[in-house]
Design a protein around this ligand. Sequence first.
Ligand code: BG6
Length: 481
Amino acid sequence: IPVDPFDLVVFGATGDLARRKILPGLYRRFVAGQIPETSRIIGSARTEMDDQGFRAFVAEAIAEFIDAKKRDAESIARFLDHLRYVSVDAKGDSGWPELAALIRPDVVQAYYFSVAPSLFGDLAERLHRHGIASPEARIVVEKPFGRDLETAKALNATLAAHFAESQIYRIDHYLGKETVQNLMAVRFANILFEPLWNARHVDHVQITVSETVGVGGRGAYYDKSGAMRDMVQNHLMQLLCLIAMEAPYRFDPDAVRDEKLKVIHALQPVAPEDIVRGQYRAGGPGGNGSSYVEDVDHRDSRTESYIALKVDIANWRWKGTPFYLRTGKKLRARASEIAVVFKEVPHSIFGDEEGWRENVLAIRLQPNEGMTLSVMIKEPGPGGMRLTEVPLDMSFAEALGEDGADIPDAYERLIMDVIRGNQTLFMRGDEVEAAWAWTDPIIAAWEARGDRPKAYDPGSSGPEDALMLLHRDGRRWREIR
Ligand code: BG6
C-alpha cells in the first residue's frame, strides 16, 4: 500500500547508516511499489555534491547492499529520479535557504537526523529558524539517545524546544524487526499463551543477542559505551518489555508505550552478583583474532563487550520469574532469540523420565526468523511409553512462502511508519529516560567498584562465569547456534 507523497530529508546522507541501511531500504520500498511518484528523498550533509553526485553515491550503495537478484537497472534509474541533494552546514547558515526552497509545504515532511546527537539541537533549531519544518513535520533520531539519564533528558529537552512529542520518532531498530512485531501478534491475537504467561507457569525467560562481529571501526564510540549502554539499555530492554507487558487496550502508539513504560518502572536494581561482564581476548578460531583492547586501541579498557544479567520484574505477573539477558560480540554464532521456558508439570505420571524437558517457546529474531514451541510426545514405536521432545516449528520464510523469505529490513518498515505517522514502534521520551534511570545505577556501581570484565575467547559463548549465573539457580543457558 503506497504511503502519502512525502519529502524525506536525510541529514548525514553520506554517512555509514544512510549508505548501509536507509538509502538501500528506501530503494526496496520503491521496488515494492510503496513510494508515490511525487515523493522525494533529499540527501543532505556537509559534503559539497550535486544531485548527480548523490545519485551516483546511492547507486553504489544499492549495488553494494542489495542482492543482485533484487535490483535491476531500470528500477534503479527510476528510483534515482526521486533523489535530490543539498549541502548544508549544521552549525552555520549555508545551504539552509536552498533546502527551504526545495521543501514542499503540502506533502508529508520527514527529517531523518542520521548524525551525531551533538548536532540534533543545531538541526532542529535551523529547521525552525529558516521556516522549513511544517507544524506536522516529523523528525527521526537514532541511538545512542544519550549515554545516561542526564544526557538523555538534555536531548529530550533540546528536541522539545522545537518539536512536539508526537513529531519525534526515536528509532530502536529492534522494534522494526519482523519477529519482534510478531511477538505482539502471537501474544495478543491468540488465546493459547495468555493463561500461561505469568510467574505461575513461566519458570524463566532468556533473551540472547549474540553477535560474531567485533567492534569493527566503531571502537571510539563503543569503548565509551560497552554492551550495557549499546545493547541492553535499548534493544534488550525493548524485547523484555514486549514479553513482559500487559495487553494494551488497543494497538495504538501511546497505549503500547504506556504498557512498556510500566514494565521499565517495575524493573528492580540488579545486584553485583547477578551481573557478569566480559571482554574478548586475542585468539579464537585460527588463533589470530585481535583482542578487544587492540580493537579499540585502549590498553587499560574496562569496557565490556559482553554482559549477562539476571533481572527481576516486581509486579503481580512476574514476581519470582527471572529474566536472564545476555549479549556480546565475537561470540560463537550470530543468533538472537527470546526463550520463554515454562515450568515442569506438577507431577509426572510417567515416573522419572530421563528425556524429559520443559516446554519452551523460542522466538528467533535472526537468522531464520521464526518460532518454535517444544513439546513432549511419546517416542514412536513399540518400545513402551518413552517420551521425547519435538519442536512445533514455524519458520516465517517457509510458512509464508517465497514472499515470506523477503522479510523487510527493520529500517524499511520503520521509515514507512514515520511517513504514515505511526509512532507505535518508536520510543517515547519518557521510556528512554526510564530505561536510563534503571541502567545508570548499575553502571555507576561497577565503575565505583572498579570491576574488570572477565576475559573470554573469541568464538566462545562468553565468559565461564556467565554459565554460573544460571547454574546456581539450577538452570542453563540455551545453546547458541
Ligand atoms: C546496534 C549496536 O544498535 O545494533 C551494534 O550499536 C550492534 O553494536 C547492532 O552490532 C546489532 O544490530 P543487528 O540488527 O545486526 O542485530
